[in-house]
Design a binder for this molecule. Structure first.
Ligand SMILES: Nc1ncnc2c1ncn2[C@@H]1O[C@H](COP(=O)(O)OP(=O)(O)OP(=O)(O)O)[C@@H](O)[C@H]1O
Ligand SMILES: [Mg+2]
Length: 225
């Protein structure tokens, strides 16, 4: 039996209105992510990569077409079911880390559990932090960490609930070259441990770490050989 794809987009379109202007950003995207895929999307600034990621992360809606996440049509889920679904399904990693400045490393990674109580939360939080090599920084605040360490915390937060899909939008965009490579090693090792990852990056060296590479152009995704 073939398994249900984690993500299945069919003919997805998205426009933004800006005053009188309407900009077509996504022009009929067909796209599938299967369990254990490691996919990267590259493309020029403004080509629609973040728009696509926001749709995949259920932070934005499609104008037309369908989005099946784990076989469920997300447009048919109520807001409350959608937020539960999103929390259990998706771990998001952002370019600017999005950590809470006044919370410790431990508290930042604990955030997803605030809304999804779990008797094993403490163990999962510590395990996620250990996985990114920051067990010795549990009580530090983000301001006392390097950029690479901050992104490690954000990755630990994204993976602590063991999401079925990790979405990363320019996760190395604010990091120097060597730190970027370390973060990519971390994604590669998460993938080796079974994670399914979609990563967006301008940087071809970064996106080449993935098994499959697409380019976003003219509102469409094309395979990059
Ligand atoms: N909320 C919005 N309202 C109006 N236009 C928007 C909005 N969000 C994005 N856009 C427009 O949609 C297009 C795609 O933006 P998007 O952020 O998806 O690009 P991107 O490929 O992620 O770019 P970058 O590489 O610079 O992050 C851009 O032209 C942008 O100006
Ligand atoms: Mg973007």
């Amino acid at each position: 039996m073939t398994s249900v794809p984690i993500v299945e987009l069919t003919a997805v379109k998205k426009k933004y209105s800006f005053g009188q202007n309407r900009v077509s950003v996504l022009n009929g995207i067909d796209f599938t992510i299967k369990k254990h895929d490691f996919v990267a999307i590259t493309g020029a600034s403004g080509s629609g990569k973040s728009t696509l990621l926001h749709i995949l992360g259920c932070l934005d809606h499609v104008d037309s077409g369908t989005y099946l996440l784990g076989g469920e049509d997300v447009s048919k889920l109520s807001d409350s079911r959608l937020s539960v679904y999103r929390r259990n399904f998706i771990g998001f990693v952002f370019q600017d880390f999005n950590l809470l400045p006044h919370a410790t490393v431990y508290e930042n990674v604990a955030l997803p559990f605030l809304y999804s109580p779990d008797s094993a939360a403490d163990e999962k939080i510590r395990h996620a932090i250990e996985n990114v090599g920051l067990s010795h920084r549990l009580t530090h605040h983000p301001s006392a960490l390097s950029g690479g360490e901050r992104q490690r915390v954000a990755i630990a937060r994204a993976v602590a609930v063991n999401p079925k899909l990790i979405l990363a939008d320019e996760p190395t965009g604010n990091l120097d070259h060597n730190t970027s490579l370390e973060i990519m090693d971390l994604f590669t090792s998460l993938h080796g441990n079974g994670a399914t990852i979609l990563l967006v990056s301008h940087d071809r060296e970064v996106s080449n770490a993935a098994d499959t590479l697409y380019e976003m152009k003219n509102g469409l995704l094309r395979d990059v050989a």
